[in-house]
Structure formats: structure tokens, C-alpha cells
Design a protein around this ligand. Sequence first.
Ligand SMILES: *Cc1c(COP(=O)(O)O)cnc(C)c1O
Length: 365
Amino acid sequence: MQPKSNIVHLPVYQPGKPIEEVKRELGLTEVIKLASNENPFGCSEAAKQAIMNELANTSLYPDGAAVALTEALAGHLGVGKDQIIFGAGSDEVILMIARAFLVPGDETIMADETFPQYRHNVEIEGAKIIEVPLKDGRHDLPAMLEKVTDKTKIVWICNPNNPTGTIVTKDELDAFMAKVPAHVLVVLDEAYCEYIDDPAYPNGIEYVKRYPNVISLRTFSKIYGLASLRIGYGIGTPEIIRYINQVREPFNTTRYAQAAAKAALEDTAFIAECRRRNAEGLAYLKAEFDRLDLRYFEPYGNFVMFDTGIPSQKVFDALLRKGIISRARWTHYPTHIRITVGSAEQNRKFIEALEQVLQELAVQI
Ligand SMILES: *Cc1c(COP(=O)(O)O)cnc(C)c1O
């Protein structure tokens, strides 16, 4: 057998460690997972009810075009119904964009480091990846612009950037869009946009309306708390959305996901509450990092990346033994840990564990 040569070296995705596995391996009864930017407050009760209402239809295929959800979302966002495409998570929208737009020889530009799914899917299509180092943990859009050639098909902008949590501002994005050639598709991955109310943060929808070569990616996995259901979406011109629809699998999102997403969208009180509690959590964590003299990148989503000053694997392992699952081992940030903002209680327990861990490790050094 001979698979595609460009996939042979690809790593299998390493997810955040599951809670049950950590409990079993370390003999712990309480484990807090702050590794995958999931919503610590769960999801809307209305979304759970919507899933239960769909159980009776389990034997029937879902609506492949997700008509009811598309209508609700188009109204919510103020875009046309032909401007939205759903995927099994925005991960699948990233996959479909790569599949629809890239052939071997094409070039695509992304930050280093950023969300790994861009690179992963580009490699599968055999296109060329041009990575531009972050500057102080932030996208360097002028440097990315300099890398654009006639062969550039896609520029990926993760805003806020995962893992660093920093944003590209309106001014920076405006300057970039003013110069980027029209043949380049600009992907704005806005997985955490619902958490942000900073006026400097650009709203991708406005760019979709102004520029025919922009697509915004969003998800129900983060603030909406529906990560297990796998549903995310892209918003672009009808032309871009049609191309992506042409490579979409017929029934790529489930009945449960569509129904829950529609209910979650309508429960605006739950989202407002999550946004408020996340902002409180961010303020608490920032103050604690300041107190502990730990540097961090300015966070905008529901996660913070901070510098422990110690090889991050050591800190990760020590936190794990205290029942905290974090995220470490970043290529360019060997001493950084990324932590999801949890509930107030989880954040307190995390800081308590971190303080102990840093003391223990300092003694060892
Ligand atoms: C979580 C995340 C996604 C994708 O989430 P899905 O669950 O696939 O919708 C996309 N981009 C970024 C930057 C993320 O952090």
C-alpha cells in the first residue's frame, strides 16, 4: 500500500488529556481540565432540551443544508442565508477550505505559532506552507503581507490567536486588507469572538461585507459550550460559500448539533453570563500572575498563555499530579503553559496548585 507521500510524516492530533484517564493513571478523585478551552459553565439548558427533543428522530438523516439553523444564524448575524456554511466544528470548515482551494504548488501563509489545523490540512493538500514568526506573541501582519506572491492562495489569521490569546486590531487588519491582493483568500478564525468586547477588536462580519475575499470562521464549541456536538461555521460571500459547499459531505452536521446550536443561539442570557464570568476569571488570573511575577501574553479569549521560566513539561507534569490538566510543549515557547479560564473555584484551585508547583520546582533547581 502506498498512501499520499505528503501525509506519511503527519502526526496524529494529540488532544488535551481526558479527565478520566488522568484520574485513573494518577489515582486522583478530583481533576480539573483546563486544556482545551471548553466552557466551564457547560451549555444552555435550552440546548440540552433541544437535543432531547431530537432523540425521537435519531433514525432519520439530518437536514443536510441545515435550513432552520441557517435562517436563525443569518438573522442573528445580519448576513444572507447563502453566506453561511456549517461544518463538524470549524475544524471541518478549515478542512473544506483547504480541500476547495488548494492544489500542490499553491502557497499559503500563517503565523508561527498558531492553530495547528491550518498547517495540517494544507499539508494534506500538498500546498506550500509559509510560516511567519509571531512578534511578542502577536501576528506580524506586515511581515505576512511581504510573503504574498502570485502563488499565494490563502492567508490564515487566527484572531485571537491560539495558543497566545493575542488579537490583531482593527487598524492592523485594515492596513493589511488595503494591500492584500484580491486573489488571496483571507481566513479570519474567530473561534473566541463572542468573549471579546474590546473596541479595537475587528468584527469579521464587517470585513466579509467589505471584502469579497474574506471568510470568517466561528464555532459553537467555545462560548456556546457545545464542543462534543461538533458544529462550527464559516461566513463569506455567496461565491466562497458555494465553492466550499461543493466539497462538503452531504450530512456533515447532526440533528442534535443543529437543534442545540439553534437553541443556544437564542439563549442570549446564558452567553452574556459566560462572557461576564470569563472576564472576571481573566482579571483574576492576570492579577495572580502579576502577583507571582509571571509574564503572560495579553489574553482576549477564554485562555491565557504564561511563562513559567521553567521547561513547561516539568510544570505540566507537576500540575497534573495535583489534578490540573494544562497545555504545554509549544515549539517556540518552551517555558510557557496555556491555561483555559475556568470557573472561579477552578481558577483558585489552579493558582493554588501553580504556586505550590513553582515552589517545589524552584527548590529542585
Ligand atoms: C477551538 C478552535 C477551533 C475549532 O473548534 P471546533 O470545535 O472544531 O469548532 C478553531 N479555531 C481555533 C483557533 C480554536 O481554538
